[in-house]
Design a protein. Structure first.
Length: 85
């Protein structure tokens, strides 16, 4: 009887600990958003666990953003940039 109570207590403790770990992961990162006067949008996520900085730049250009009548200009521009024009 004593061993079954111990086993049940252990299982209950493990379930509680696993639910707490899942809740901590579910919160996700804190992302701060800033918009400059020129319309550029900046997203910042701080992670001080390591002394490192990472930078990602995304431009809202390309065939997805072309207007009807100017299709293909993004692809042409891409080739011109790689050819050093």
């Amino acid at each position: 009887m004593k061993q079954s109570r111990r086993a049940a207590s252990l299982v209950l403790a493990l379930l509680l600990l696993s639910s707490l770990a899942g809740a901590a992961r579910a919160q996700g990162p804190v992302i701060k958003t800033h918009t400059l006067k020129n319309g550029m949008k900046i997203l910042v996520e701080e992670d001080r666990s390591i002394p490192s900085v990472a930078l990602y730049i995304f431009y809202r250009i390309g065939s997805r953003n072309e207007r009807p009548g100017t299709t293909g200009i993004s692809h042409f521009f891409e080739h011109m940039m790689f050819n050093g024009a």
